[in-house]
Design a protein around this ligand. Structure first.
Ligand SMILES: Nc1nc2c(ncn2[C@@H]2O[C@H](COP(=O)(O)OP(=O)(O)O)[C@@H](O)[C@H]2O)c(=O)[nH]1
Ligand SMILES: [Mg+2]
Length: 279
């Protein structure tokens, strides 16, 4: 995911190689490279500014430490800061003490929520967790059919009540059904809009309040780059998220969205590795 980023960082510390001390001017040169690397990876501009400022401060602080080569020192500072932002990788998906674990999928239309719902079910099956998928996107008949089709393909049950039912009620009954069937995890697929709107947020908030999910995962299209930060901030402020799933990592996205999401919300990125096609 961070291949392009790593390459750019490489050139940042090349500038420091062969110099025996971190100085004000070589720090500035290296920081410029870090900044360029992050921007090229499509990390949000504000996030880049903060990241570079923090690395700069630490590099200046490190300037007094002698006996360590500056290139190595700088690499370590950037690396530590990346780890600091990205946090522990592989934060596992929540598992409730009493089944079912409830997962709410959130995000804009077309980001890959429905696809990610099915992928998540496949992922959980590998951990011997059975799932129920719940179709609450009643606004487009095709959306329910899409989930039903995906469910058939991967042999996972889908709970739906057609397009006339209330999404909150579908979610509630879906969870009840999962409980009655001893299902380990219930994944609620929700409707999205092309842009964030208050009706969508209100409906999501109501679903969330009703079913009290253990995870609220924001599904983000990795290709959206700069917008990922704003999107994450809005969803996190309005409904609260526990994690994010980056989709379309198979495209030519540059991975920067992951950094932006983490930095803005602190929410761990889950299942970035679930890149495989469902079909
Ligand atoms: N290349 C690629 N396409 C994807 C991925 N996830 C979803 N899509 C496609 O993006 C479109 C929207 O996906 P969908 O799951 O319906 O999004 P939703 O509106 O958020 O539920 C569909 O054409 C999917 O096939 C992915 O990881 N990679
Ligand atoms: Mg959908």
């Amino acid at each position: 995911m961070f291949d392009a980023l790593a390459e750019r960082f490489e050139s940042a510390w090349k500038k420091l190689r062969g110099q025996d001390k971190i100085s004000e001017s070589n720090i500035q040169d290296a920081l410029k490279e870090v900044r360029r690397a992050l921007l090229e990876a499509d990390v949000n501009l504000q996030v880049v500014k903060e990241f570079v400022a923090e690395v700069g401060e630490k590099a200046q602080g490190a300037a007094v430490i002698s006996g360590v080569r500056p290139g190595e020192q700088f690499v370590k500072i950037v690396h530590d800061e990346l780890v600091n932002v990205m946090g522990e990788s592989n934060v596992p998906l929540a598992q409730a003490d009493t089944a079912p674990t409830i997962i709410l999928m959130a995000g804009l239309q077309g980001t890959g929520k429905t696809t990610a719902t099915a992928k998540l079910a496949l992922h959980l099956r590998k951990e011997n967790r059975n799932t129920l998928l719940v179709a609450t996107d009643v606004y487009r008949p095709a959306a329910i059919n899409q989930l039903i089709t995906l469910g058939k393909q991967i042999n996972v049950p889908v709970f739906e009540m057609g397009t006339d039912a209330d999404p909150v009620e579908i979610a509630r009954q879906g969870v009840e059904y999962a409980r009655s069937q001893d299902i380990d995890t219930v994944i609620i697929d929700t409707a999205g809009r092309l842009q964030i709107d208050q009706d969508m947020m209100a409906e999501l908030a109501q679903i969330k309040e009703t079913i009290e999910p253990h995870e609220t995962l924001l599904v983000v299209d990795a290709m959206t780059g700069q917008e990922a930060a704003t999107l994450t901030r809005t969803f996190n402020d309005q409904i609260g998220i526990t994690g994010a799933i980056l989709t379309k990592m198979d495209g030519d996205s540059r991975g920067g969205a992951a950094l932006s999401i983490r930095r803005v919300s602190g929410a761990p990125i889950k299942f970035v590795g679930v890149g495989e096609k469902v079909e």
